[in-house]
Write a protein that binds this ligand. Structure first.
Ligand SMILES: [Zn+2]
Length: 430
């Protein structure tokens, strides 16, 4: 019996009609009803939703340098569990991914993992220091074929450097992904600036620190005729600026994280550092604006900003705790909870926001493709009726810093296929 032949039987493709999908030699060989299972491994999928493999534009895999929090192997295993077949690995590693050598190293580690494709993001500036452009062309021309450049974790705050980066990436159809945070306005910031920070006496991170950089950067992108992508939008004002830029026809895209679609700064009252993240959790009104913007397409995609940290960096006082949350293994459930079960998005739109769009923005080939004959079999099977509490002890990630521990969330990835090979089956890593 051939093992490279799989029949997914009776799945709702993109949430539509039930169909069989035959996978052969890494490719979708047929889509239809009553397909012949002869010689194939059969995956019974009645009642489940089949999506194109999810693509994350914003993942921190931590290798090289912080293997105590995550490695390319553990991070890609977490990605597969979450239904991802490709992730973009952010450049803020040690050493920083600011040369062809480092991005090729990360790219090669991804190839060896076999769980998920890893597309390295290149740093915009040398050492993420914001002073001197990194060798963007060399990273683009490397085996890793970098197209997304970001100093994420830090903002490219110098307008001249940002302008040069935007001009430079045009040569190879690249994009600059900005972590929008005006540094002077956020010095020592601990949480969202507002009534809650006032009550708690914590230094605030004002919305304007994000919005002012986004406003500047969409204008710069328009000025030089280049592409800019805004990382982790978190405020209603940011949504308005992106909406305005898009109405002008400028080449601006944006992402939102699952946690900014669900959680608010009220949670900081607990002083539990699991809620400490950058950009910070905002208000109920911001959450509402972000959900609406993802629904109407102003925000192009969901990106996890998966940010693993070891317990010693999180289980400590709020003031000294590291910022960030893991997100790969819970992203789809949070999106189902906030966007699908609320009626804001159907599954076809989830496929758009979590696969088609991010692959297009990252110029990734072979991912974010329709579920149809001849396409690479990068697929995710979801059971939307599943309900279960999040148990961090069961995570494939090396880190446990999730804000959802014990929370009941809907949906579960039951199978993930990377070029036809199951990386997850029956909800478990293969
Ligand atoms: Zn960031």
């Amino acid at each position: 019996m051939s093992t490279d032949k799989t029949l997914i039987r009776g799945a709702k493709v993109l949430g539509g009609d039930q169909q069989d999908v035959l996978i052969e030699n890494g490719t979708v060989a047929a889509v239809g009803t009553g397909l012949d299972p002869e010689g194939a491994t059969v995956v019974e999928a009645a009642g489940q939703v089949l999506l194109p493999g999810l693509v994350d534009l914003h993942t921190h895999l931590r290798e090289p340098g912080r293997e105590d929090s995550e490695t390319v192997l553990t991070g890609t295993r977490a990605a597969a569990v979450g239904g991802f077949t490709a992730v973009h690995a952010m450049a803020n590693t040690f050493p920083v991914a600011d040369t062809a050598g480092v991005v090729e190293q990360v790219w090669r580690l991804g190839k060896e993992s076999g769980y998920c494709d890893v597309q390295p993001v290149g740093a915009v500036t040398v050492g993420l220091e914001g002073k001197q452009l990194a060798e963007l062309g060399a990273m683009a021309d490397s085996a890793a074929g970098v197209r997304v450049f970001s100093d994420d974790g830090k903002c490219v705050d110098d307008a001249v450097i940002m302008r040069r980066a935007l001009e430079y990436v045009k040569a190879f159809d690249g994009v600059v992904a900005q972590h929008a945070q005006e540094p002077r306005l956020t010095e020592g910031a601990q949480m969202n600036e507002g009534p809650v920070s006032g009550e708690l006496g914590l230094r605030g991170w004002p919305a304007v620190a994000e919005e002012s950089i986004i406003a500047r950067d969409v204008l710069l992108a328009a000025h030089v005729g280049s592409r800019v992508h805004i990382c982790h939008l978190s405020t209603a004002g940011s949504v308005e600026i992106v909406r305005w830029a898009k109405s002008k026809g400028w080449n601006v895209t944006a992402e939102v994280t699952p946690h900014h679609l669900l959680l608010t700064d009220e949670l900081v009252r607990s002083y539990d550092p699991v809620y400490k993240v950058n950009p910070p959790l905002r208000t109920e009104a911001d959450v509402r604006a972000l959900r609406e913007a993802l629904a109407d397409g102003t925000i192009d995609c969901v990106a996890t900003d998966h940010a693993p940290h070891p317990s010693e960096d999180k289980d400590c006082e709020w003031a000294v705790a590291a910022m960030g949350m893991v997100g790969l293994e819970t992203a789809l459930s949070v999106v189902q909870h906030t966007m699908v079960d609320t009626g804001l998005l159907d599954w076809a739109a989830v496929a758009d926001r979590m696969s088609f769009r991010p692959a297009l923005i990252g110029r990734l080939s072979g991912h974010g493709r329709p579920v149809s004959t001849g396409e690479p079999a990068n697929l995710t099977l979801v059971d939307p009726d599943y309900r279960g509490a999040v148990d961090p002890a069961g995570f494939a990630s090396r880190s446990r810093n999730t804000p959802y521990a014990g929370l009941e969330l809907p949906g579960r990835v039951t199978a993930t296929f990377l070029r036809g090979k199951a990386t997850v089956l029956d909800g478990k890593l293969v």
